[in-house]
Design a protein around this ligand. Structure first.
Ligand SMILES: Cc1cc2nc3c(=O)[nH]c(=O)nc-3n(C[C@H](O)[C@H](O)[C@H](O)COP(=O)(O)OP(=O)(O)OC[C@H]3O[C@@H](n4cnc5c(N)ncnc54)[C@H](O)[C@@H]3O)c2cc1C
Length: 392
């Protein structure tokens, strides 16, 4: 593990004041509003780098700040995350001076966010150090990166697997290197300027093929357009890879993977990557949905399980029956494979007891990740064996 970046006193001051700020209801949206107001007041030209609607951007910025603060005592994880974020931000045309302006605006907003504590010179010095590290790490990573800021790709297939879920296959102009399990930001022609994160469902390959599984979020800006409006021939833009979900092959520990809905994508990519290797740890994949019909990729998973003895696939659905309007009967479980279990996925996995001896990955919506973490912990699985992507 890397040496600590901040000394104990700095960490104590930042933690205490962070707690004080977070005690105010809606503190995070106040902070974000104040951040953008300060940033655009000092640098009106920067407004052009941001989309008209700042909601998703704000949510992502706050999640990133929270992630950094939560991981401030794990420098490796924090610096990797910030470096990836800096490389990803090159797609907006963000330069070093923009990071510096962002750092000043953030500090100014933090100064006005305390509820009961005072913003003293020592608190100011502690936060200046943390904010300086955040923007400095992002700017350095951005300057040092030699790979392109983004890749362009052509849609070659769009399969509406469910009425609210599409599988989109693309060919990237130049193959893009990423690790199976990472995610990327994507911009589609129907929603210019709005970037969203999606996880490739297949490993990187020399042919530049990439596949995304996208579920429509009701009243979302981008996902309904991907599911309903995407056409073969559309040109998508894909940002630099992010994330660190990965199986540690040297850990000598078996693997537990828990996926809900399209959260399957990054786990599927890793399983496919492992299938190309000779020896692997045992992998238990629990794959869940609300209804049996939501287990949209079971047949691929069954094929993988039948040809890879180290892989066990356990389907889980919250309801035992599909809704009445569903016309497709559930697929027959192949002989020898697991029958579907019934219940909320976190609870089902935790009903087997502690999984403390595994390396665990959870992938799904933020609420599913949180409830699954809670259920695992209650059944004796320590949080430090569990990984998941930041809950943007
Ligand atoms: C690391 C990461 C990887 C991801 N990978 C995938 C993937 O492979 N496939 C996939 O389909 N999605 C994935 N997502 C979610 C995706 O990035 C978008 O958030 C989602 O498609 C909604 O975008 P939107 O523009 O339609 O909705 P927005 O316009 O951004 O949001 C509209 C409203 O819906 C809410 N909302 C956003 N997402 C959800 C959700 N999942 N459930 C419930 N409410 C939501 C928002 O809070 C907002 O109130 C991933 C997210 C992250 C952080």
């Amino acid at each position: 593990m890397a040496d600590p970046i901040f000394d104990d006193r700095t960490l104590r001051r930042v933690r205490a004041t962070y707690k004080d700020m977070a005690a105010r209801p809606d503190w995070d949206s106040h902070l974000a509003q104040s951040f953008y107001a300060n940033l655009f007041a000092e640098n009106p030209q920067l407004r052009l780098l941001f989309p008209a609607n700042l909601e998703a951007q704000t949510h992502r910025m706050l999640t990133a700040i929270r992630y950094v603060l939560d991981n401030v005592e794990q420098p490796d994880r924090m610096l990797t995350f910030l470096g990836q974020l800096g490389r990803d931000h090159r797609k907006y045309g963000v330069a070093r001076e923009h990071y510096e302006a962002g750092g000043r605006a953030l500090l100014q907003s933090l100064r006005g966010s305390l509820v009961t504590l005072l913003w003293t010179p020592t608190v100011d010095a502690a936060w200046s150090e943390v904010v300086g590290t955040i923007v400095g790490t992002m700017a350095d990573a951005s300057d040092e990166e030699e790979l392109p800021a983004f890749w362009d790709a052509t849609v070659v297939a769009h399969e509406r697997r469910l009425d609210d879920l599409a599988i989109v296959r693309l060919e990237i102009d130049e193959p893009m290197p990423y690790y199976a399990g990472q995610y990327v930001s994507v911009q589609i022609p129907q929603r210019q300027g709005l970037w969203r994160y999606y996880s490739p469902a297949i490993p990187s390959n020399p042919f530049g093929q990439i596949e995304f599984h996208v579920r429509r979020v009701p009243s979302g800006w981008v996902s309904p357009a991907i599911v309903s409006e995407t056409q073969v021939g559309d040109r998508w833009r894909i940002g630099a890879p992010l994330g660190a979900l990965a199986v540690d092959l040297d850990a000598n520990r078996d693997v537990l993977m828990i996926a809900q809905g399209t959260g399957l994508a990054p786990l599927r990519a890793q399983i496919m990557d492992m299938a190309m290797r000779g020896t692997n740890p045992r992998v238990h994949l629990f794959v869940g949905g609300v209804y049996p019909r939501d287990l949209y990729d079971l047949e691929t998973l069954w094929h993988l399980a039948m040809s890879n003895p180290w892989l066990t696939v356990v389907p889980v659905a919250e309801h035992d029956e599909d809704p009445w309007w569903n016309t497709t009967p559930p697929a027959e479980v192949p002989p020898g494979l697991h029958q579907r279990l019934h219940g909320p996925i976190g609870k089902v996995v935790a009903s087997f007891g502690s999984w403390a001896d595994r390396q665990i990955q959870i992938s799904g919506s933020p609420s599913m990740v949180k409830t699954t973490l809670y259920a695992l912990r209650a059944a004796g699985t320590p949080p430090d064996v569990v990984s998941h992507d930041p809950l943007f």
